[in-house]
Ligand binder design. Structure first.
Ligand code: DAH
Length: 327
């Protein structure tokens, strides 16, 4: 019986041994049952020995139980251990920045309509950034854009519109083009950062072949592609490089036009500027007898609306927790 206890490999088999020895039909009980058949003079010694044996087995059993319990504890601690210092080999998937994602979606739309994608320099001269766009030196409309001036009359481009000029200087209509890229202004608040992104669009054809109706159709279709089933509204406005000019609104995607804080209780969100290209702009690049329309899209504004991002500045703080949401 000792051996049975000593040989138990784990708590489960030890418990089986317990039943086998100490149980109601166990080996010890069997021994005690023999008592009644013994002659009286042998009974005393037999019982005494049996009780000593029982006590020894009990002790041995308790001892083994303790030993096996400790063994079990140690094994499960080892098996369940978490090595907090261990280097994780899990690859964390990267994500495109929400501004890039939004830009890509805008570009996809226009590329599908055969618009050519153009780029231009980030540092511009006064002619391309202002003068050729019908913003003469000393014109008060220059105040619309808080500019970073560099030396020698150069500026960090304040919009992507100068790429219109560069493109027209090297090509002949008809054409349709867009220019995505970063632009710079001396602004910094909840809806402005000193660097942000625009996508410029320009469509030019022979005069009489292109009208405000074309502009209206394309922009309405584009905004529905970006924002889903929204209403689109064209509001008269002013830009020096277009005449007539229009600011384009969509019905508020947060309150569906009922009026809320985001849309300043107007039910409308302003999303882009556009218009028919001003004759002075065509003249600056030597074009004659042409017509066209242009538009300028603020990419961050779109990204903020699409993803409900409350503070534009958070897009450029490099906080990985923002990016992780765009995997
Ligand atoms: N350049 C303008 C800006 O940055 C946006 C803009 C408005 C561009 C109307 C256009 C346009 O091409 O037609 O505020």
């Amino acid at each position: 019986m000792e051996n049975k206890i000593l040989e138990a490999k784990d708590l489960k088999s030890l418990d089986e041994v317990r039943v086998e020895i100490f149980g109601k039909k166990g080996l010890l009980t069997e021994q005690f049952a023999k008592l009644k058949d013994l002659p009286n003079e042998e009974k005393k010694d037999f019982a005494k020995n049996l009780n000593i044996q029982k006590a020894t087995l009990n002790k041995l059993f308790e001892h083994k139980k303790e030993e096996l319990y400790l063994k079990h504890l140690e094994e499960s601690l080892k098996a369940e251990a978490v090595d907090v210092s261990m280097f994780s080999h899990l690859q964390s998937a990267g994500a495109l920045h929400p501004v890039q994602q939004t830009m890509d979606k805008i570009i996809d739309y226009f590329v599908s309509l055969n618009f050519e994608v153009q780029e231009g320099p980030l540092i511009e001269d006064d002619f391309h950034n202002f003068q050729a766009l019908n913003l003469p030196v000393y014109h008060p409309a220059r105040d619309m854009q808080d500019t970073f001036y560099l030396e020698n009359g150069l500026v960090m481009r304040t919009h992507t519109s100068p790429v219109q000029i560069r493109y027209m200087q090297k090509s002949q209509p008809p054409f349709r083009m867009i220019c995505p890229g970063s632009v710079f202004r001396r602004d910094f608040d909840i809806t402005h950062t000193p660097m942000f992104h625009q996508v410029e669009g320009l469509v030019v054809d022979k005069s009489g072949k292109i009208s405000f109706a074309n502009l209206k159709y394309i922009l309405e279709d584009f905004l529905k592609y970006m924002f889903g089933d929204v209403e689109v509204r064209f509001r008269p406005s002013f830009f020096p490089f277009t005449e007539p000019s229009t600011e384009v609104d969509i019905s508020c995607i947060f309150c569906e036009g009922r009026g809320c804080r985001v849309c300043s209780h107007t039910g409308w969100l302003e999303v882009l500027g556009s218009g028919m290209v001003d004759a002075n702009v065509f003249e600056a690049v030597g074009y004659r007898d042409v017509g066209g329309y242009a538009f300028g899209i603020g990419v961050e504004r779109f990204a903020m609306l699409i993803h409900k991002i409350p503070d534009l500045r958070s897009l450029f703080e490099g906080d990985i927790r923002l990016l992780e949401q765009f995997r």
